[in-house]
Ligand binder design. Sequence first.
Ligand code: HEC
Ligand code: HEC
Length: 256
Amino acid sequence: MKSYRLLRAGGHSSLAALRRRGEIPDRGFAQGWARAPSRRRIVTVSSLQLAALIVVFSTHAADSAETFIVPRHSPGGFEAKMEYCQDCHGPSGQGYRGFFPIPRLAGQQPEYFENQLRAFVERRRPNNVMANVAHVLSPAMTTALARHFQALDPEPLGGGPKGLAAAGRQIFEDGIPDANVAACAACHGPDARGSGQFPRLAGQLYPYVVKTLTNWGQERGQIPTNQDTSAIMQPVAHSLNKAQIDAVAAYVSSLR
Ligand code: HEC
Ligand code: HEC
């Protein structure tokens, strides 16, 4: 896919350069990108404010509940990072349908979210933009961001061909027995909201799902000596033909 090559070929991942070429949304005025009044102004030199903390509780098993502490209003703090992510992924994490698709993060499973950030850093999932974004995030910040995006629940952007959704639903719920493809619902959940390492697909952008399933073997699990969770999905993606990919992508992208 053209957009995909462009993204990977980049030695040019500065935000400003991407923005100039229209590859990512312009701050503020791209369609539907009404920005909340900048919270950056809250950042002052007050050491009290710099010391303001956001405490995020991991909701894993109660007995192993961990507490993560991330500075809230410092330039490298949580709010600045969150706004940075939302510049590309949308103010509600709904994703962005631009020159290349930027995936929805809203409602995403935190375990999957964190797995992918590690995969970008370790180049198991090669992507220059996200590798640069992710390698500076501390584990605590990563967890805080994962929790933040999980809690968002915007309308899906939609945009998939509506006529395909019924065929897509059948694949999602029943799989494709002739091609030995298991039901997507078996792993991604009956409502496509995922669980743990299995990502949410509900509301994910149609062009992103199509691209991801089409290119799986070149985009995921690229370090052979470091097998990861992408191997679970590999045979499924490999067995779908183009029409089946389009249909199932149309279906999941329409789900709330
Ligand atoms: C310059 C734009 C840009 C910025 C800024 C950005 N991202 Fe991304 N992000 C992308 C693109 C593009 C992809 C899709 C990569 C691909 O196609 O595989 C992506 C993918 C992801 C994924 C994987 C999603 C999935 O469904 O597999 C996660 C998680 C993610 N980004 C988190 C973040 C976080 C957290 C931040 C802020 C710290 C952030 N991103 C900032 C562009 C951006
Ligand atoms: C055996 C379990 C299993 C089945 C069945 C399965 N998946 Fe997955 N899928 C996964 C796992 C695990 C991942 C996460 C891979 C990773 O961590 O890289 C995934 C990831 C994905 C992604 C990437 C999501 C993103 O945000 O980038 C898509 C799209 C996807 N699956 C679609 C499907 C579709 C469509 C079907 C049915 C045709 C399906 N899956 C069936 C286990 C499964």
